[in-house]
Design a protein around this ligand. Structure first.
Ligand SMILES: [Zn+2]
Length: 230
């Protein structure tokens, strides 16, 4: 079997999705150099991080983390591009597993009861074929040994909340984009809400508008990358 794998990688060399260098056979999706040197945010260790400040006064989070800092034209953008436009959903799950190895060291993420990925609108899901946030969430879930529930929250409005708008305009936009199918299932649970890229935080804020109706719920947040607006 090992011989076949070596033979296959001679014919079809596998490449790092971040830097495009050829992978060694023990490397998967990203090379060891990128695994160590991509810009890890470590926001989950800093309660005053740019990510935490993004949600201040908007979502009462327990903790928040992004695996990477997004840099335009950088290697992290290559990863996101591969996931979104080259159907590399397994890469999203792989990144989730890697990130879980870091998060699991922090007590706030050990106390997560349930993981909910930000859902795509059914039309968009049908067009893309998969939800990248769900695959990342599944990877996190296997690493954190926590169940992912991708049914309990649904996106009922197709509006993109990513467009750049002033804060007060955005507020008008975030209501009623998401609906819960089962509130009682979430009562008194610590939910880890998972998105692919966080920029303005508007999508997660919209999800919070639905989740805050649940008694005793508390929220932490995780994403693949954080893209600063500043
Ligand atoms: Zn690499």
């Amino acid at each position: 079997m090992a011989l076949i794998n070596d033979f296959m990688s001679l014919i079809f060399p596998r490449h790092c999705e971040a830097c495009a260098n050829t992978l060694f056979k023990h490397e998967y999706y990203i090379c060891n150099y990128c695994k160590v040197n991509l810009p890890h945010s470590n926001f989950h260790l800093n309660p005053d991080s740019a990510l935490h400040r993004t949600f201040a006064g908007r979502i009462p989070i327990r903790n928040a983390g992004s695996y990477y800092i997004f840099e335009k034209s950088g290697k992290v953008q290559n990863l996101l591009h591969a996931i979104k436009y080259q159907n590399q959903k397994e890469l999203a799950a792989h990144l989730g597993k890697l990130y879980a190895l870091e998060l699991t060291k922090h007590e706030s993420f050990q106390a997560v009861d349930l993981i909910i990925p930000i859902p795509l609108h059914p039309k968009k899901l049908k067009a893309r074929g998969f939800n990248q946030s769900e695959w990342f969430a599944n990877g996190l879930g296997s690493g954190l040994n926590t169940l992912t529930n991708s049914q309990v929250m649904q996106r009922v409005v197709e509006t993109s909340t990513q467009t750049r708008k002033k804060k007060y305009q955005r507020w008008e936009n975030v209501e009623n984009i998401f609906q819960l199918t089962n509130k009682s299932e979430l009562e008194n649970k610590h939910v880890l809400l998972v998105d692919d890229v966080i920029t303005t935080g508007a999508t997660l804020e919209a999800a919070w508008q639905a989740l805050k109706e649940v008694d005793g719920i508390s929220i932490s947040i995780a994403s693949i990358a954080f893209a600063s607006m500043g």
